[in-house]
Write a protein that binds this ligand. Structure first.
Ligand code: KOT
Length: 837
């Protein structure tokens, strides 16, 4: 007998928390239902089953997650730290199943247990912890970081109430509070043992210690406790599982007690409420809320929690603070976390006694800053008054950073007092305030915009002075989207068709989609492509019917604009086109018009009156057109309520035409534009943001562009722009505007849309009137193109085939090499005890 044959065969006991066979998964589901949720199978709700399934999947992430966390902490491994006030990850269950490679098996296991996976997936409330593009980008980046096996932690705020749910009531937006945590969140794990304390308010005291060292002490007015909640972020078919660590504010217990001991029970409870208010709600504006103290508290709170967490783990691993920037590359997602710069200085200088100059070198080497907007109203400033009240020590540090910086400027540009005023981190007008974009620029070693045009404009306008000083700090990194969520998960029909023809490497190497190009000439492939699109349109039509009661024609052109509602995004230009088509039909009822279904979705900030009126305009125009028998099913206008990640997923795969019609120079990048083109929609767009690069990639013959360019608009502006002139020269524009003025879409109410009409006629800051004719002509070309089905499908295939560079994997590779200097770290899955040995 040989030695090996003496070893008894391993008994195959599949662990209920790791096994992935169908019987094991079924047992695990029942086990979690009973023992974790405390529900018998016959008394369980659908949500209980969803939760049990989520725990079953989470269990299967655990070994990879712990191995990743353990490996990523090693001092030799550099980690990306993404600081973002917003994240919009979308529902986790489907994505995690996909990334683990368990989708089909679990689908079957669930079916054999008498359940339907799609129904369980629909139970998940998505974490709406963001407003739009910036938060969604953070989520795509987290997916790509994990898929590329790059060690990363995303830090943010665990808002109890995320972005509001939107309902449409009598055509108007109504805001409903978001209750994402109400039925339990199976994906997060609270880590109270990792809590940190954050100081707020009070004053500082300077002193000289026994060695003659100058020291500052911050005596706060209030302290809050930050509790981290961790969510696993698995990569696609790799062992890496990164962490999204979100902080919740609580009152420190000691504080409660001291008040309680003085007999003021209600006072203690009050304090608890005040502390917990800090992370209660996401500010629902897409542009910042000037001067709101609570918002500044939120920003400082999560940033301080994050940096304290990093310093603590670094020191615990035997790391030295001089090497902090060799361990962590910290990315600032716009200026919302820019207070991290003085906070790291404070922690290093005041708490850890690092000399100022060394602390400043570490800080600059640690941070990099991404700018996401040039809109003047969105550039953050904090008044010195407010900052000084809430963060007195940080104000001192910012003033010292500014003093030293302006000293350098003075040496470089002697006798140029104007330059100092231009570059100062402190603005004097309209009130004394800190310019956060300047602070972020001075404290970072790299500054990037999010599309080529945007990066150029950033250098030429908002950050011009800094570009002149340090051109080498500036770069462009064009945004991208994750093909896992935005193709594989949301468009399974197209994903399967593609994989059948070119294999499945495109899921992680999106450039492989190029291999589809020759198939664009293949009639059989085109037919299959068309069937997929039709099936997706059919599915969306069904949802439209369920959500709005509107019946749409799936043979019509699906013309889609989904994004936040904002004047610069120009949903109302789209409406002017719709009204023009309607006018033509009314003038000539037998007109041979290419049938279209106009689909809109998007939330307006609750306080943004004009944006809410644009929603009312869309629904009002829809109400008239949709029920006009003279129109039939040639035109339909749909507003789909409550646009979010979940509701967006079935929209992109069903679109024929993607509307990307912002005023040139206003949309930093856009990412919806990428999701549409990747899913085979053709774009009608201005030369703005990433549209320019998309057009170059897909070919100008497969992209409908219109409108004035940035330079042409500046010229119009400098010549004295007169929007009324365009009405005088275009009878159709005149008629469309007149329809609005006359109250035709408002049951005769001439006042309803007056603010919109007045804005268009009097100043038209977003140049709708100037771009109208060009848009109209371009839409005519779209209609003609749609009539030729074979060439439309060919162009659709070519769009998908050529969108490979717009994967967020490509964006992340660029950040990794050009900004962070980080490498992939494959995760070894030895059992924990063995890897320790
Ligand atoms: C909001 C407030 C202040 C500063 C920036 C924003 C912001 C910018 N929020 N979302 N964005 C969008 O970010 C996306 C990701 O980079 C871009 O694609 C999009 O154009 C921005 O509008």
């Amino acid at each position: 007998m040989t030695a090996s044959s003496q070893i008894p065969p391993a008994i195959q006991i599949e662990d209920d928390r790791t096994g992935v066979t169908i019987p094991t998964l079924r047992r695990a589901l029942a086990d979690n239902l009973y023992y974790v949720l405390g529900k018998p199978p016959d008394g369980a709700t659908l949500n209980d089953y969803y939760l049990a399934l989520a725990y079953t999947v989470r269990d299967r992430l655990m070994q990879r997650w712990m191995a990743s966390t353990h490996t990523h902490r090693l001092p030799t491994i550099k980690q990306v730290i993404y600081l973002s006030a917003e994240y919009l990850p979308g529902p986790h269950l489907g994505n995690n199943l996909m990334n683990l490679g368990l989708y089909e098996t679990v689908q079957q296991a669930v079916a054999e247990s008498g359940l339907d996976l799609a129904t369980l997936l629909a139970c998940e409330e998505e974490p709406g912890l963001g407003n739009g593009g910036l938060g969604r980008l953070a989520a795509c980046f987290m997916d790509s970081l994990a898929t590329l096996e790059i060690p990363a932690i995303g830090y943010g705020i665990r808002y109890e109430f995320g972005i509001f749910d939107q309902e449409i009531r009598e055509g108007w937006q109504a805001e409903i509070t978001d209750k994402w945590l109400q039925s339990g969140n199976p994906w997060e794990i609270a880590r109270p043992e990792d809590a940190v304390f954050v100081k707020l308010g009070g004053h500082t005291e300077a002193s000289t210690d026994e060695t003659g060292c100058y020291q500052v002490r911050w005596i706060p007015h209030q302290t809050v406790k930050g509790i981290p909640y961790d969510t696993p972020i698995p990569g696609y078919r790799v062992n890496t599982v990164n962490t999204l660590r979100l902080w919740k504010a609580e009152a420190p217990e000691s504080f409660d007690l001291s008040v309680f001991n003085h007999g003021d029970y209600y006072g203690a409870v009050d304090q608890k409420v005040i502390s917990e208010n800090l992370t209660k709600v996401l500010y629902p504006n897409d542009e910042p809320i000037q001067g709101k103290q609570l918002r500044l508290k939120q920003q400082y709170f999560f940033v301080s929690c994050a940096l304290q967490d990093l310093i603590r783990t670094h020191l615990a691993q035997g790391g030295r603070l001089e090497r902090f920037h060799e361990k962590f590359a910290v990315q600032l997602n716009d200026t919302h976390p820019a207070i991290a710069i003085p906070e790291l200085m404070r922690l290093l200088v005041d708490d850890h006694h690092v000399p100022w100059d060394l602390a400043w070198t570490i800080t600059q080497q640690t941070f990099a800053y991404t700018n996401h907007t040039l809109l003047p109203e969105a550039l953050e400033v904090w008044s010195l008054d407010l900052l000084g009240q809430l963060l007195p020590r940080h104000l001192e540090i910012i003033m010292e950073i500014n003093r030293r910086f302006l000293e350098d400027v003075r040496l470089k540009f002697p006798d140029n007092g104007e330059k100092m005023g231009q570059l100062s981190l402190i603005a004097d007008q309209p009130f004394r305030s800190v310019r956060m974009a300047y602070l972020a620029s001075v404290g970072s070693h790299a500054i990037n915009g999010v599309a080529a045009l945007h990066s150029q404009l950033l250098q030429k306008t908002v950050l011009r002075g800094f570009y002149d000083l340090w051109p080498e700090k500036f770069l462009n990194i064009t945004n991208g989207v994750t093909p896992r969520r935005w193709m594989l998960l949301s468009n399974p029909r197209l994903a399967q068709l593609i994989t059948r023809r070119i294999g499945d490497r495109w899921i992680i190497h999106l450039q492989d989609l190029r291999d589809l190009e020759p198939l664009a000439e293949d009639p059989e492939f085109r037919a299959a492509w068309r069937s997929v699109k039709q099936a997706n349109k059919q599915a969306l039509a069904q949802r439209i019917l369920e959500r709005t009661g509107i019946q749409v024609n799936v043979e019509s052109l699906f013309d889609v604009q989904v994004k936040r509602i904002h004047e610069y995004k120009r949903q109302h230009l789209n409406v002017l086109h719709i009204i023009t088509l309607y006018n033509r039909l009314k003038q000539n009822p037998s007109l041979d018009l290419v049938p279209r279904t106009f689909i809109f979705a998007g939330k307006a900030a609750p306080g943004y009156v004009q944006a809410k009126l644009i929603i009312r305009l869309i629904t009002a125009v829809g109400e008239v057109i949709n029920r006009d028998p003279a129109v039939g099913d040639r035109l339909k206008v749909v507003f789909l309520p409550d646009y979010n990640v979940t509701n967006g997923q079935p929209i992109y795969p069903a679109a024929d035409l993607s509307e990307q019609i912002s005023t040139a120079g206003k949309e930093a990048s856009g990412t919806g534009n990428m999701k549409f083109a990747l899913n085979g929609a053709l774009t009608i767009g201005t030369l703005d943001g990433a549209n320019i690069e998309i057009r170059e990639a897909v070919g100008s013959e497969n992209f409908f562009h219109f409108g004035h360019k940035v330079e042409e608009l500046s010229q119009l502006r400098s010549q004295g722009y007169d929007p009324r002139r365009y009405c005088d020269h275009s009878p159709e524009l005149n008629r469309a505007i007149h329809r609005l003025e006359s109250g035709f879409f408002a049951q005769g109410n001439r006042d309803l849309f007056r603010p919109l009409v007045q804005s268009l006629l009097n100043d038209d800051p977003y140049f709708l009137m100037a771009d109208y004719l060009s848009y109209l002509n371009c839409q005519e070309q779209v209609s003609q193109a749609f009539l030729n089905e074979a060439t439309w499908i060919r162009r659709s295939i070519l769009n998908t085939a050529r969108m490979g560079e717009f994967s967020s994997d490509r964006s992340i590779r660029e950040y990794a090499h050009q900004v962070w200097q980080v490498q992939s770290v494959p995760i070894n899955l030895q059992p924990y005890s063995q890897s320790e040995a």
